[in-house]
Write a protein that binds this ligand. Structure first.
Ligand code: ATP
Ligand code: MG
Length: 320
């Protein structure tokens, strides 16, 4: 059953994965309007199933306590990162998730190596960490606006092709280190079309309750659309790796982007296949002693084990 679900999910997300080594050109290779032939109605149902699955696997991840997961979310402005996080994580235990949003680096952050602030927000074992924007900003916004590099006070020449190649390599190595040590890294790019971005900006202007979301800076950044597409394409080509793949998720339909992201995260967790730890025989003996002692404390007229009396099958369940 679990294998069937895992297979179905793997098949569903396969077309979104960037093949390691492939040379991506966004406009040519991925369509923001895709919806996998699904209707929104089916999508709502599917998302519910995905969210349930995530809740189950998150519990197991926490119980096993050996692995962590890092999900990096990147998108252009109005790409839907916030809504995706809200919906996809709606069923999971908040204690097992940490979400970090990365904005323009602070003076303190700029005083360190560029990966420092991302390192500090990594998941613990048993946790899922979500990066709302991530270390990839260092090869996206910084690449589109290389003057930002001045503030990073780096030695040697910066902003040549060699410099960016080195950054890709450093990022790949950083993620490799995490993977080798039990932390799975998975990366999602919410791929929005230019026209849908325009529509979403206008919605923010048209609806008073959305006005607060509008930012003139976002509209200014839109002028660099082609540069961003180029920077995203190069980044996807250079940093989708077998140990830390990129998925390009069509984002013009929010409901579809959410299903895809839930499926990608579920796939990552299923790949780890975390299990509830088994209690060792000696420890089980201890549990039985504790059980007998508690049963002896039963007041007159009460069942020895009120829980077992109410749930006759409890304790007979096969342990995984
Ligand atoms: P929202 O607008 O939904 O609140 P957001 O992620 O767009 O979320 P903003 O505060 O609007 O948050 O923007 C954050 C800004 O920080 C973005 O313009 C982003 O490009 C910029 N930023 C993130 N990381 C870096 C970085 N390493 N160097 C320079 N700018 C960065
Ligand atoms: Mg913003």
């Amino acid at each position: 059953m679990a294998d069937k679900r895992a297979e179905r999910i793997a098949r569903f997300i396969e077309p979104l994965r960037v093949e390691p080594g492939a040379k991506v050109r966004l406009g040519r290779d991925f369509a923001p309007q895709d919806h996998g032939g699904l209707r929104k109605k089916d999508g709502v149902e599917l998302l519910r199933t995905g969210v349930e699955l995530l809740a189950e696997y998150q519990q197991r991840l926490a119980a096993q306590d050996t692995h962590g997961v890092l999900l990096c979310l990147q998108a252009l402005d109005a790409g839907g990162k916030d809504g995706t996080i809200r919906h996809v994580m709606s069923g999971v235990n908040p204690q097992g998730v940490r979400v970090s949003s990365f904005k323009v680096p602070s003076a303190e952050e700029l005083a360190h190596d560029y990966l420092w602030r991302y390192d500090r927000s990594l998941p613990r074992r048993g946790e899922i960490a979500i990066f709302n924007r991530s270390h990839y900003e260092e090869v996206l916004v910084v690449r589109v606006h290389p003057d930002l590099l001045t503030r990073q006070r780096l030695p040697g020449p910066v902003d040549g092709p060699k410099f960016w190649k080195r950054r890709y390599r450093e990022i790949n190595d950083w993620e490799r280190r995490l993977t080798d040590n039990g932390f799975k890294v998975v990366k999602v790019f919410l791929n929005l079309s230019k026209e849908e971005q325009r529509t979403r900006f206008l919605k923010r202007l048209d609806l008073p309750e959305k006005n607060w979301k509008f930012s003139a800076a976002d509209v200014r950044e839109r002028q660099f659309w082609d540069d961003y597409q180029q920077a995203f394409s190069e980044m996807l080509s250079a940093t989708s790796r077998p140990w830390a793949p990129w998925y390009v998720v069509p984002a013009d339909r929010k409901w579809f982007a959410r299903i895809c992201t839930a499926a990608i995260l579920a796939h990552t967790l299923m790949d780890i296949d975390p299990q509830y730890p088994r209690v060792a025989d000696a420890a089980r003996e201890e549990l039985l002693v504790a059980k007998r002692n508690l049963e002896r404390e039963a007041p007159a007229g009460q069942p020895a084990d009120p829980y077992a009396a109410r749930h006759p099958s409890a304790g007979r369940k096969k342990r995984r």
